[in-house]
Design a protein around this ligand. Structure first.
Ligand code: BES
Ligand code: MN
Ligand code: ZN
Length: 495
């Protein structure tokens, strides 16, 4: 990850080969001329001239690159539209992230960047930094073309100081977590299987105070009754794992448990997916990536909340040993489930994780999962669905808003439970034929494994993986959604 430096003295010392990024506010437009934000006075006339010569309208997130005016001493000028005047604090911060990310993504990769910060408040500067560092992400481990060298990214604020340095450090920590999740997701599934995932997280947790990892392998899972993880993973030569991260600060006043779905590849199993639907299924471990990355960042920060994190890792493949549609399995809780559809595997591994999590008696348990295609039908590719007990569900939605992630509350209608009855076991994993409300049905299934523990379930099937063109700070591929919301939630609980 490139790092961000703060510059607060004059703008005279710009590195050669730089692109200067300037934010432009359409709301300040006067007779069709949008105006740049917080420019050093000596640059204002020539940049304003460039804006009007280019006819730049500064639509939010719109980016235009041109040759820089002489006065800037740089080769490139990158203008980006930012409507920073509307919305509440959280919405303005998110607008800053989106514009910053769009600018950094579209500025040529080989240029050093010199960004004129459009804001000076610490929280807002932090949002700019978030957008710059998130937008600068790229996944190039598997391409053979020459890598672009590390570049300098300088954020210029006319009046800086220690407080801003702290904001930038905080931003870098969070982004490092999000980008870790993205890379875990983007890594092809032949190289990101359960044992590899847990090894990488364990390695990343080394040296962080009060954080330890426990790993259950397939034999231990079987012996300890994790029937969901075993059944889903048994068709793969890469056996399942349960990773348990325990963060136990001395003076914790509250506790949370996090549970993530970690299917490193979801073929559907014997209820095989069609080829097109399978293509993005390396991303089916995005929930596990989010909980592990959030836990690492929270622990590094030394939050005063006890965190126990369960990453439920398995690969759902086709084999003569695979679980068959109509097999009956016994989950960790003792509940028996008739597996009517092996492609509804996420709820089986999560049920085991939720049972183990609730055994710890946390103040609340949050699970996050790429659980259903129905989530995408209902809410699309940018909005996650949140279900669960009312207060916890609301706490997640609030944390999402604060962090700039898009999540929306969904109900768990009680009448849906009837459809999960089985004639041969305690329940089916999917009503057959699949009935209405697939996202809620999956949530209702999970609710059976949390007892009275305050609980929320986040379905990120759509927002976890961006197949469309990049936008704002969101690249193609793994997005790392959930990391920022979980961190906010933990910090809101830090009282
Ligand atoms: N991993 C998928 C859900 C998914 C679909 C995530 C598309 C991201 C994009 C999940 O395991 C699955 O296959 N769910 C089934 C459930 C059905 C069989 C009840 C689905 O949604 O089709
Ligand atoms: Mn599936
Ligand atoms: Zn799945």
């Amino acid at each position: 990850m490139n790092s961000l430096k703060l510059q607060t003295n004059s703008v005279a010392s710009i590195l050669p080969n730089s692109a200067v990024i300037v934010f432009v506010n359409p709301a300040l437009a006067d007779e069709n001329t949008a105006l740049p934000l917080r420019l050093p006075p000596e640059w204002s006339p020539s940049v304003e001239e460039a804006i009007s010569a280019l006819g730049f309208k500064a639509d939010p997130g719109q980016v235009v690159c041109s040759q820089a005016p002489q006065a800037l001493g740089a080769q490139l000028l990158v203008l980006v539209g930012l409507d920073s005047s509307s919305g509440d604090e959280a919405q303005r911060a998110e607008a800053l992230r989106v514009a910053s990310g769009a600018a950094v993504r579209q500025a040529p990769k080989e240029r050093n960047l010199f960004i004129v910060s459009p804001v000076e408040q610490p929280a807002e500067v932090q949002a700019v930094s978030d957008g710059l560092l998130l937008g600068d992400y790229s996944f190039t481990s598997y391409t053979t073309k020459a890598k672009t060298p590390e570049r300098d990214i300088t954020l210029w604020v006319s009046d800086g100081g220690e407080i801003l340095e702290a904001s930038l450090a905080k931003s870098a920590e969070v982004v490092q977590g999000v980008n870790l999740a993205r890379t875990l997701i983007n890594t092809p599934p032949q190289a990101m299987f359960p044992a590899e995932f847990v090894t990488q997280i364990e390695a990343a947790s080394q040296g962080i105070a009060n954080l330890s990892c426990e790993i259950l392998d397939e034999k231990q899972l079987k012996a300890q009754g994790y029937g969901g993880l075993v059944a889903v993973g048994q068709g793969s030569p890469n056996p399942p794992r349960l990773l348990i991260m325990r963060y136990t600060p001395d003076d914790a006043k509250s506790s949370v448990a996090l549970v993530g779905k970690g299917i490193t590849f979801d073929s559907g199993g014997l209820s095989l997916k069609p080829p097109k639907s399978m293509l993005t299924m390396k991303s089916d471990m995005s929930g596990a990536a989010a909980v592990c990355a959030a836990t690492l960042v929270a622990a590094k920060r030394g939050v005063k909340v006890q965190i126990t994190t369960f990453a439920c890792m398995a690969e759902n493949l086709v084999d003569s040993r695979s679980t068959r549609p109509s097999d009956v399995i016994t989950l960790k809780s003792g509940t028996t489930v008739e597996v009517t559809n092996t492609d509804a595997e996420g709820r089986l591994v999560l049920a085991d994780g939720l049972s183990a999590a609730c055994d710890e008696n946390p103040d609340m348990v949050i699970d996050i999962a790429t659980l259903t295609g129905a989530q995408i039908v209902a809410l699309g590719n940018r909005t996650a669905g949140v279900m669960g007990s009312e207060a916890t569900r609301q706490a997640v939605v609030d944390a999402a808003k604060e962090s700039g992630e898009d999540m929306w509350p969904m109900p768990l209608p009680g009448h849906l439970m009837k459809a999960l009855d089985s004639t041969v076991a305690d329940m089916v994993n999917t009503p057959m034929p699949a009935a209405e409300a697939g996202m809620l049905m999956a949530g209702q299934f999970l609710s059976r494994f949390v007892g009275d523990t305050p609980w929320a379930h986040i379905d990120i099937a759509g927002p976890s993986f961006n197949e469309a063109t990049p936008w704002g700070y969101t690249p193609k591929g793994g997005t790392g959604v959930g990391v920022r919301t979980l961190l906010h939630l933990i910090e809101a609980h830090n009282r």
